[in-house]
Design a protein around this ligand. Structure first.
Ligand SMILES: Nc1ncnc2c1ncn2[C@@H]1O[C@H](COP(=O)(O)OP(=O)(O)OP(=O)(O)O)[C@@H](O)[C@H]1O
Ligand SMILES: [Mg+2]
Length: 255
């Protein structure tokens, strides 16, 4: 049994793009040892809310976040917060695999180098190997570490991006539709990986696949029109939703 521990507490979060409100009063707990799925129709605010959790919205002009988001009890929007460090603690994997146009090795070594995590070449080699192993990619790439990350297959690139996120020892990994560009076999590998990773990290995954949410997550939040309609144990959400709107969505009546 994986131990569960509260990692992120989001309270009464509102997000605006200019005058338009995209997230309305969302409160959610995210725990280590748990995979939390965000589901809901296109445009309901899943990516917007996900980005509040490591302040990626800071990079979008006109975007404003209100409310409290605490990481281990510490307000991540406090003025003294080091955003670079925050994004190492709360890593992100995107929909489209986006390896740097550098070698496989450098893709993984980049973050640890910036954060000064390796004292010497041997330390760095160890971090790169460990991260690639944990991402389930080591055996496929160990003899071609100097090749470009962009030369890998889509599924391999996505695992490389996961290795890159893991390399800086994050506490939380945010994944925004990480499998939507992958075939079923590559998707199954990423899902297995997510299951392994949840032992040590808090994982949040946005997905349009109900099957995927049901397979990989233990908690599910159903977003609709910028609000969280229902949040709870995944099995309950899928077998016995409390809200009519949740039921309609998971049974495919709209979305
Ligand atoms: N950079 C932006 N500038 C202005 N409005 C935005 C921006 N990004 C998102 N929005 C708006 O915020 C709302 C929520 O969008 P968001 O991308 O969070 O939805 P989503 O649930 O992730 O959708 P999808 O499932 O299609 O990825 C939408 O109305 C969208 O148009
Ligand atoms: Mg999105």
């Amino acid at each position: 049994m994986t131990e569960q521990k509260l990692k992120i507490a989001a309270r009464n979060v509102n997000v605006f793009y200019g005058a338009k409100q995209a997230i309305n009063d969302v409160s959610i707990d995210i725990s280590t040892g748990v995979v939390t799925a965000f589901i809901g129709p296109s445009g309901c605010g899943k990516s917007t809310f996900l980005r509040t959790l490591n302040r990626m919205n800071d990079t979008i002009a006109g975007c404003r976040v209100e409310g409290q988001i605490a990481l281990d009890g510490q307000d991540i929007y406090a003025s003294g917060m080091d955003v670079v460090e925050l994004r190492a603690r709360v890593g992100m994997v995107f929909q489209k695999p986006n390896p740097f146009p550098k070698s496989i090795y450098e893709n993984v070594a980049y973050g640890p180098r910036i954060h000064g995590l390796a004292g010497n070449k041997a330390d760095m080699d160890a971090i790169v190997e460990k991260s690639l192993r944990r991402a389930g990619l080591w055996d496929e790439v160990k003899d071609r570490l100097a090749e470009s990350g962009t030369a890998l297959s889509g599924g391999q690139q996505q695992r490389l991006c996961i290795a890159r996120a893991i390399a800086v020892s994050p506490e939380v990994i945010l994944m925004d539709e990480p499998c939507s560009a992958l075939d079923p076999i590559a998707t199954a590998r990423i899902e297995e990986l997510i299951d392994d990773l949840k032992e040590r990290y808090a994982i949040v995954i946005v997905t349009h696949s109900m099957q995927q949410a049901a397979r990989v997550s233990q908690r599910t939040a159903f977003f609709h029109l910028g609000t969280v309609v229902e949040y709870g144990v995944t099995e309950d959400i899928f077998t016995n939703p409390r809200e009519e709107r949740t039921k309609d969505y998971i049974t495919g009546r709209y979305g």
